[in-house]
Design a protein around this ligand. Sequence first.
Ligand SMILES: [Zn+2]
Length: 324
Amino acid sequence: MRIAIALLLGMLASAGAQAADPIALAFPVRCELGTTCFVQSYVDHDLSKGSRDYQCGSRTYDGHDGTDIRVLDLGMQRSGVEVLAAASGRVAGARDGMSDISVRSIGKAAIAGKECGNGVVLDHDNGWQTQYCHMARGSIRVKTGDRVTEGQPLGQVGLSGETEFPHLHFTVRLAGAIVDPFAFGPALDSCKSGGRSLWARALDYRPRDVLNYGFSAVAPTMELIESGDIKNNPPNRQSAALVAYIRVIGLQKGDEQSLTIQGPDGLFAEYAAPALESNKAQYFISSGKARKASAWPPGNYAATYRVTRNGAELLRKMFDIQLD
Ligand SMILES: [Zn+2]
């Protein structure tokens, strides 16, 4: 009897392991995570109206069923960032031809039923599937039925379908059900519940990330930062303004930010933002001055950005510029 039960349990265990045989995923974008690309949103682990990521954090939104990997700005997207097959498999479907344009400009009706935009679906062994969305028009390099190998370029990151910023929406499914590649195993309605990563290499969870930062001769706007055009306005000693800016993702309600610039003659400019009243998917602040004298003093201008909560520092970024 005991032997029979042991055998039965053994069979169940092996059947379970087979059904859930984990896949190992390569990172699906050719970029350096944390430097040139960032996870903007994880899979939603709250099946009701709220939202929470696999770490019980706020880096997701209600109903989000994939991982959003964003690049620095539109300039980087236009330069061509490759989307890569996360694992070997066969192309189950592909679409190209949709415009690279923010859904804010064209509206949801224009992309109804094609929210993924230009994209690719790959079938892998054991019922695993990966999907790649919002890719660049004219960039799709594979067609239905093609065999692909892990790391093979499928196309490029774009701005097609239901998206407002250049990113890859990456979906993982097992037997048709959504899987969070950062936390495979437990039910999707739980967080911090011991799921295992499917990524072939360790990927850290970071509640907040700095995307863009620098100095500018013009007043920064979100549009200038998102387009990358802010970088076309570097300051010099004769600039009408000298401003430091920084854009961060994942800021949370209650976060306090400051941006201070030390110039050659001491404190140059300082801005302390009020504590945030809500979570922010992305946010930027700036600090600086308009020129009154004939030229800015020559030397080094060093910016320090800090995020604090109740006096505890959560994030710090320092950057500087030399004006001669
Ligand atoms: Zn997404």
